[in-house]
Design a protein around this ligand. Structure first.
Ligand code: CO
Length: 222
């Protein structure tokens, strides 16, 4: 176990190291933040956003929760997305999952997990949406890995469903939404190369929130 006191010794060493590289580092850091990236990832301690992306403080806006979920009624993640787009004007939004994700694993087990049930339900829903593909995979490890990837795809799609993304992309051409998986066994970040434009077009037949094609609500129907 790392001793409690060690954390603060580590911190002072880090301060010295950063100042050795740039004497004004913290002065500049305190001034403002202008990150181009919003990273939405898992809370897992083995997947630290800045380190795996090789980015410095100030370069990535971060939101993490169990199994990197983007839940439609989670005011926390929705506030982060809103702030990142409207105020920080990020150019890229990344949903990053990881193999060996405990949250995804728990959702594959039919078991009452108490307070975690509603959270894990989101992942069980992803399983239900893709159960034909998943059930066809006989190897459990491979099925688990595929669910990690499909969960990233669905959560990235949830990001694209937000009015903030749709309106900003129409007006500015950004942000673009990406889906990644971090492989704990190799340390390699895998770009799932999701087709942002195509997903946006597909979901807008139902989830268009840009306010441009709102004829169907103009007759007063809710
Ligand atoms: Co995880």
């Amino acid at each position: 176990m790392v001793r409690y006191k060690t954390i603060f010794e580590n911190n002072l060493k880090w301060v010295r190291d950063m100042k050795a590289r740039d004497v004004d580092f913290f002065e500049k850091l305190a001034r403002d933040q202008t990150p181009d990236y919003l990273y939405i990832g898992c809370s897992d301690s083995r997947v630290p956003a800045n380190e795996i992306m090789g980015l410095e403080p100030g370069e990535v806006f971060v939101h993490r929760n169990i199994a990197n979920l983007v839940n439609n009624t989670d005011l926390n993640v929705l506030s982060v997305i809103n702030y990142a787009i409207v105020h920080l004007k990020v150019k890229h939004i990344v949903v990053c999952g990881h193999y060996n994700c405990g949250g995804v694993k728990a959702a594959m087990v039919p078991k009452d997990m108490g307070i975690l049930n509603p959270w894990l339900r989101n992942i069980r829903d992803v399983y239900r949406m893709h159960h034909t593909e998943l059930d066809a995979i006989k190897d459990e490890e491979q099925r688990y890995n595929r669910l990690v990837e499909l969960n990233v795809l669905e959560q990235a799609t949830n990001v694209i469903k937000t009015a903030n993304v749709q309106k900003s992309y129409r007006a500015n051409g950004y942000p673009v939404v990406h889906g990644w998986v971090f492989d704990l066994h190799t340390g390699v970040l895998i770009d799932l190369n999701i087709n942002f434009e195509s997903i946006l077009r597909n979901i807008q037949s139902i989830y268009d929130l840009t306010g441009i094609t709102s004829e169907h609500t103009e007759d007063g129907d809710i």
